[in-house]
Design a protein around this ligand. Structure first.
Ligand SMILES: Cc1ncc(COP(=O)(O)O)c(C=O)c1O
Length: 409
């Protein structure tokens, strides 16, 4: 880093760069979707997984499990059930019946089956945009309609901060029976706070809505604020299904597993039944992995969160110094930054521009909106900063060089 002004503004994270030596050649192993989608020389900051190796206790548990044969299995059995019940209770999902948990091969299948079970074809389904794109796909691919309430941008110091637009939510809710909530929210990194959750609960009661709350990113919190599940409040428990899994926090997306959680076992069964025999079951390795994560993964997760906080701070310092016109979120959770580059002359084609000119791959803003709202998010990108600090800085340098050639007015 040669710019003295930039060095001064960078947080000192030099002693903590445990992942500084990540090697792109090794990351581009034959089966890596993230590293092989784009050409050699491109730094991939798109799909949401981390470039970090598997947590050692998880690796050890998987190796041991492989030595035990691979017949039909108990999906983690009572041990995984009770470890999960304990974890869910800590985020407010207390008093769950044991048959209130239903394992899935991933969280996305849970989004799809909830839409199939709780709504009819042609019906509008309520959600907020921008949002993780399978939310929309689970609605439109099953012949329902997206009723989208765009979030609104508030300001928090220098960073962008996305809030619920209550008027937009009220307007979009007309005729809907299901709210699909993302908490923490991908891509804005928001963790809905106590006030917002209370108001949302009042809202779903007033509109008599079912809620599917995707809480997959809950363990990836970058602030000290506690996390409360949407269904922590008994008033909304019977109408809410929570979806979660280990794949974001423990970086295990290759071993699909998730769980559908509900206080009303009949509702869980109803959703489960909508998939019939099509759903399949998670693998023994994924159940082993989740148990190891819950029982022994804590220290690894804490170290990883510290590293991610460092990356977030480095990214902000860099943007402040080199690209001050970029509006960036400071995510409260996730390793995803939602960046507003609309001021740039190439905003209309920003994802391609960055791919071709900076050789970095990011997700394009419009991906996170249904068709009608896509133009509103043109010029935004989602940047995944869960890589080595060295690679992150290289990617940011490339981005600044490419964007800097045409500086916004
Ligand atoms: C909010 C959210 N839900 C679900 C998923 C995917 O979950 P799974 O791989 O378990 O289907 C992601 C992946 O990025 C996500 O961000």
């Amino acid at each position: 880093m040669t710019d003295p002004q930039l060095s001064e503004r960078m947080p000192d994270v030099s002693g903590a760069d445990a992942y500084g030596t990540l090697d792109p050649a090794a990351l581009r192993h034959v089966d890596s979707l993230k590293w092989n989608r784009y050409g050699e020389g491109v730094i991939p900051l798109w799909i949401a997984d981390m470039d970090f190796p598997v947590a050692p206790p998880i690796l050890a548990a998987l190796q041991e499990r492989l030595g035990q044969g691979l017949g039909y299995h108990l999906q983690g059995g009572a041990t995984l059930q009770s470890a999960l019940l304990e974890k869910l209770a800590a985020q407010g999902l207390t008093d769950l019946p044991e048959d209130g948990l239903s394992f899935l091969p991933g969280v996305v299948p849970g989004l799809y089956t909830a839409v199939a079970a709780l709504t009819e074809p042609g019906e509008p389904v309520l959600t907020m945009t921008p949002i993780y794109h399978p939310f929309h796909l689970s609605i439109t691919e099953q012949g329902r309609r997206v009723a989208a309430a765009p979030l609104r941008e508030g300001a928090e110091g220098d960073t962008a901060h996305w809030e619920i637009d209550w008027d937009a939510l009220e307007a979009a809710a007309q005729g809907t029976r299901l709210l699909m909530l993302c908490h923490p929210h991908n891509p804005t990194g928001r963790v809905w706070n106590a006030e917002e959750l209370a108001r949302l609960r009042d809202f779903v009661l007033a509109h008599d809505l079912y809620v599917v709350s995707d809480e997959l990113h809950a363990d990836l919190r970058l602030t000290d604020a506690p996390f409360e599940s949407f269904a922590a409040d008994p008033r909304v428990r019977a109408r809410t299904l929570t979806l979660t899994g280990p794949c974001k926090a423990y970086n295990t997306a290759a071993l699909g597993i998730g769980v559908l959680v509900g206080h009303d076992p009949a509702l869980v069964r109803r959703v489960r039944a909508a998939a019939g025999g099509l759903m399949g079951h998670p693998s023994a390795l994924s159940a082993t992995m989740w148990l190891a994560a819950l029982q022994e993964g804590g220290p690894w997760l804490q170290g990883t969160l510290d590293y991610l906080r460092g990356n977030r701070d480095v990214m902000h310092a860099f943007l402040d110094a080199r690209l001050p016109w970029v509006r960036a979120t400071s995510p409260e959770a996730t390793y995803l930054a939602w960046l507003d580059l609309r001021a740039h002359p190439r905003a209309g084609d920003i994802q391609n521009f960055l791919l071709e000119e900076a050789r970095i791959a990011v997700h394009d803003g419009p991906l996170f909106a249904p068709d009608a709202l896509k133009p509103q998010y043109q010029g935004f990108i989602r940047l995944n900063f869960a890589t080595s600090r060295g690679l992150l800085l290289e990617a940011l340098e490339r981005m600044a060089d490419a964007l800097g050639a045409e500086v916004p007015a």
